[in-house]
Structures are given as C-alpha cells and as structure tokens.
Design a protein around this ligand. Structure first.
Ligand code: MTE
Ligand code: MO
Length: 379
C-alpha cells in the first residue's frame, strides 16, 4: 500500500477521500481563529505523502545559464534571509458541492472549507533564483517557473508552474517555505519544503518540492495542462478542449458563511442573530466589504471585517490573507426562517455572481456564487 506511510491526521477533519488523503475542517470551526491551526488546515493530496529525509534532501534549481544548483535544507535556511508571509490557500475546487447540486461535476465534493490561512516562513523564491543566476536581461526567454514535487505514482510526479513575473517580483512574496505557523512544515503540507504562491490557486503551491526549472514553457504536468482550468457552462466532456483555456492562477473573489451552519436553528428569544464567515480574493486584491442579507438577498447589511490581530494592514496589491467577518443584527420581526446570504467585494470592485448556473463548469472549479444558508428561528 503506497499510502501506508501517510501521517496520522486530526480525527475532527471531514474526510473527502482517504487514499489519497483529502479533508477539510468542519466549517463552523474554520472561522474560530484567524490563523488556521496546521492540524485542521485543509489537506489536498493527489498522491501518497512522500517521506523525505531532511539530511539528504536537495532542491535542484535548473534552467539558468549558470548551470544547475543543488541546495540543502541548511543552505535554504542559512544562505537566504528568512521571510514570513501570512497567506490563505484555497483549492480551485472549494465549494464544488454547490456546483454538484445544480448539475453533476467531476471531482472531490468539497464543502466551503477547502480554504485555510497560515503564516509561512522560508526563503524567497526570488532570492534563490537570483542566486542561481537569474537576470531578466539574460533570461529573456524565461516565461514560467516550473515546480516538481517528490510525490509520485506510476505516471510521474506532481507538477505545476507560475508565470516568471510572479516568481521574481519583489512584491510577489513567493516563498520556498520550510515553516508553517512557526514550526517545521507538517508531512501533509510539504515537509521539508513547499512553494507558497500568495494570491494563487492552491494547485500551484507545490508541496515536497524537489526541482525548480526556469523555462519558456509552462509545466507539462496533467494538473497544469489538463486540469485546473475553467470552461463555459455549455462545455461538456464530449466537447472540452483543455488547450483552449488558460491554467488557473489568481482566483476570483470569494466569501462564505461559516456560522450558523445550513439547516441550523437560531434562538428567537435572543432577538438577535450573529453571522460569521470568511472572505478572500486572489492576486493580492484586498476584500474591502462583505454584504450580508437575512432575507435571501432583498436587503443587505455591511459586516464588520477582521484582519488578523497584530497584523498591519497589507500594502496595496499584497493582501494575501483572508478576512474573517461578523454581523450582529436584530432578527426580522416574526421571521420563522432566514435565508442568510453573503457576498464580498475586493479592491478592484470585483463581486461574486449571484448564482451557480452561469459559472457552472464540468470540473466544478471557481465556485464563488453568493453563499446561502437556511436557518430556522426557534420559538
Ligand atoms: N503539491 C504536491 N506535490 N502534490 C499535491 O497533490 N496538491 C495541490 C497543492 N500542492 C498538491 C501539491 C493542491 S490541488 C492544493 S489545493 C494544495 O497543494 C493544498 O495544500 P494543503 O494540502 O497544504 O492544504
Ligand atoms: Mo487544489
């Protein structure tokens, strides 16, 4: 069993698939802390978790005129300044189950919690590429930076790529992370080294990274070429042409209600309801507002946004972390049921679509319609 050396996991996780291991935290506890504890951080594995010996580990950096570079973990920790970045990771398939309700899609049936927030520590990819000889005026052919994971099966290793501009930009904050929330990366999250690409879809944040290649081409991997792409609601499995769509990189604006849960009851006697959730947008765009409705979208109130405590407001264009939000509002008089809805607005005034149908796609990715929960008001 190639999965026999997988790590032990937190029993509270909602398991989506055991082999490979895919799980999300219960959504009600997702918004309990701004920084998601690593044990309940969502886990998305395509393959068995590789067990990497930190002593013999080498990161290969290739594709530059100076020749290949092989870095030990010690090199990465001592030869490059350590940076910490608080960044939210979201799987492209987060909230896929809502697309499945409209019409069947292919993929893991994620709820609203295939998203989590952590503080990552490591070397900047930019610094490592510069040390390997990258210079924009020399590598004029360079368009992408490819990452290869050490996890593999018979058909090869996990791989993905990001645009060179994101990789080398001073403001891109792309990390080769060896720490998650102040500790060594856990096995599930890429020990000993993973790529953290803030603002970019989870799939490009390659775990257990073993090789980095500067290239004119995108990664040739299945996950870059034939998956993690968006299509028209009218495209089906007979007509889909994966070459016709770009690989997902930055994600669209997103928000969801974590509490109360769908189907829960709220206390009528308290005459008040508290609604909580998360909001985030890709590409470093800051969430500037979250609107909440208690009546299915007819009337709206503005939620209170919480960045992290002791987190300075992010510089413009570098809002990598989610905001948790809360609305305390009087219960509408006489209401027996509430349809609570949320939608977020980012710094480019991007908004979420009001329903799933116009954004439905056969892989169930990019699911970011207004989030709705129905709750009963208990007498
Ligand atoms: N990297 C490797 N090597 N193998 C993988 O299966 N899954 C990707 C990405 N990096 C994956 C990977 C996907 S699709 C997501 S959403 C994130 O890792 C999930 O990261 P997490 O498990 O730390 O939450
Ligand atoms: Mo993902």
């Amino acid at each position: 069993d190639p999965y026999s050396s997988d790590p032990v996991r937190h029993p509270g996780l909602r398991v989506n698939s055991l082999k490979p291991f895919n799980a999300e935290p219960p959504s009600e506890i997702l918004s309990d802390s701004y920084i998601t504890p690593s044990a309940i951080f969502f886990k998305r594995n395509h393959l068995p978790v590789p067990r990497v010996d930190p002593g013999s580990y080498r990161l290969q950096v290739e594709g530059l005129p100076g020749g290949a570079l092989a870095l030990t973990l010690e090199d990465l920790k001592t030869k490059f300044p350590k940076h910490t970045v608080t960044a939210t990771l979201q799987c492209a398939g987060n909230r896929r189950s809502e697309m499945n309700e409209v019409k069947q899609v292919k993929g893991l049936n994620w709820g609203i919690a295939a998203i989590s927030n952590a503080t990552w520590g490591g070397a900047k990819l930019r610094d490592v590429l510069l040390a390997a000889g990258y210079r924009p005026e020399v590598a004029t052919w360079a368009r992408h930076v490819q990452f290869e994971g050490l996890d593999r099966d018979a058909s090869g290793t996990y791989g993905a790529s990001i645009p060179i501009n994101k990789a080398v930009s001073e403001d891109g904050d792309v990390l080769l992370a060896y720490e998650m929330n102040g500790e060594d990366l856990p096995a599930d999250h890429g020990y000993p080294l993973r790529v953290v690409v803030p603002g970019t879809v989870g799939a490009r944040n390659v775990k257990w990274v073993g090789r980095i290649t500067v290239s004119a081409e995108e990664s040739g991997s299945h996950w870059q070429q034939n998956d993690y792409k968006g299509f028209s609601p009218g495209t089906d499995w007979d007509t889909v042409d994966y070459k016709s769509a770009p690989a997902i990189q930055e994600l669209p604006v997103q928000s969801a209600i974590t509490s109360p849960a769908d189907g829960a009851a709220v206390e009528g006697s308290s005459q008040e309801v508290t609604v909580r959730g998360y909001a985030w947008s890709g590409g470093g765009r800051e969430v500037v507002r979250v609107d909440v409705s208690l009546d299915g979208g007819k009337t709206w109130q503005v939620a209170r946004l919480e960045g992290g405590q002791d987190q300075a407001p992010p510089p413009p264009g570098r809002a990598w972390a989610w905001k948790l939000w809360e609305l305390q509002a009087p219960l509408p008089p006489g209401a027996q049921e509430l349809e609570i809805v949320c939608k977020a607005v980012d710094s480019s005034y991007n908004v979420q679509p009001d329903s799933v149908l116009p954004i439905w796609n056969l892989r169930g990715v990019l699911s970011n319609a207004w989030h709705r929960v129905r709750v009963k008001v208990r007498e």
